[in-house]
Ligand binder design. Structure first.
Ligand code: UDP
Length: 255
């Protein structure tokens, strides 16, 4: 895509200026599922890679934390009798598979990137070193962060917030399958979509935005989240341009 905004048939020669310079994109494992019940739909990872390319091309620095729920979830396995820590390590390994799938899709369309893992696996990923990650971002490389935080009992949502803070990302973009955060299940009749929420409200109302650890970390450090629909074309680009999509969660309603 060229560096100009296309509005209908009218191409205005207006350079695109993103609202954010550095973002942390949280992709759940489910984002890679497509219509499958398990694993990775290659066509979907290619589509996501193309959307990422569009924002890289306009100068946005992109770090991605990828989940593993399409392959393995530690908590679910521990409910079935497996040791929780072991199950969580398996979950973290699942995120590494997704990271490689996304790396492949990005590479195919010429987007320079690095996979960095919180669990050492030198043959396939660099170890996660904060300063190295920042250096990659500054060089315009997409950084794919694999293996969650490297610690059991955490989630990739909490990892996303942690890495966003460490890497000084301005916002966490949380990609989901619905338009944002609703006051009840999105499919229930009369469900209302919030355009903005505070962390306190989200925690108090137990809205399913992110787990409580992730939300508390955001709240304490005043890091905003945008929850948006990944299934709609160009939404990543709209989010970085500051268009009003999805639900913003931040410390105060007015800035
Ligand atoms: N996980 C973990 N520590 C972390 C991040 C992830 O133990 O820091 C494990 C946990 O078992 C989790 C699995 O990895 O269920 C996959 O991550 P998550 O459920 O967050 O993926 P998503 O729902 O985003 O696909």
């Amino acid at each position: 895509m060229s560096n100009f905004i296309r509005l209908g048939d009218d191409v205005r020669k207006r350079p695109m200026k993103p609202k954010y310079k550095r973002i942390l994109l949280k992709l759940s494992g489910e984002a890679l599922l497509g219509d499958r019940e398990y694993g990775v739909d290659t066509a979907v990872s290619v589509r996501i890679a193309k959307e990422i390319k569009e924002i890289v091309d306009i100068g946005v620095q992109v770090a991605i934390v990828i989940g593993g729920g399409n392959i393995f979830r530690g908590y679910a396995a521990s409910e079935n009798g497996m040791d929780r820590a072991t199950a969580d390590y398996m979950g973290m390994l699942a995120t590494c598979m997704n990271a490689l799938a996304l790396q492949d899709a990005l590479e195919k369309i010429g987007v320079e990137n690095r996979v960095m893992s919180s669990i050492d696996m030198h043959q396939i990923a660099e170890p996660y070193i904060r300063r190295k990650a920042v250096s990659h971002l500054e060089k315009g490389r997409v950084v794919i962060l694999a293996a969650g935080s490297g610690h059991p009992y955490f989630t990739t949502d909490t990892t996303a917030v942690l890495r966003a803070l460490e890497l000084h990302a301005e916002i966490v973009l949380k990609a989901t399958k619905v338009d944002g955060i609703y006051d009840r299940h999105p499919k229930e009749e009369g469900a209302k979509l919030y355009s903005i929420l505070t962390f306190s409200e989200a925690l108090r109302k137990e809205l399913r935005v992110m787990d409580a650890t992730a939300l508390a970390l955001c709240k304490e450090n005043d890091l905003q989240i945008l929850v948006f629909n990944m299934l709609k074309d160009n939404n990543i680009q709209k989010a970085v341009m500051g268009e009003k999509i999805g639900t913003v969660v931040r410390t105060k309603l007015v800035s």
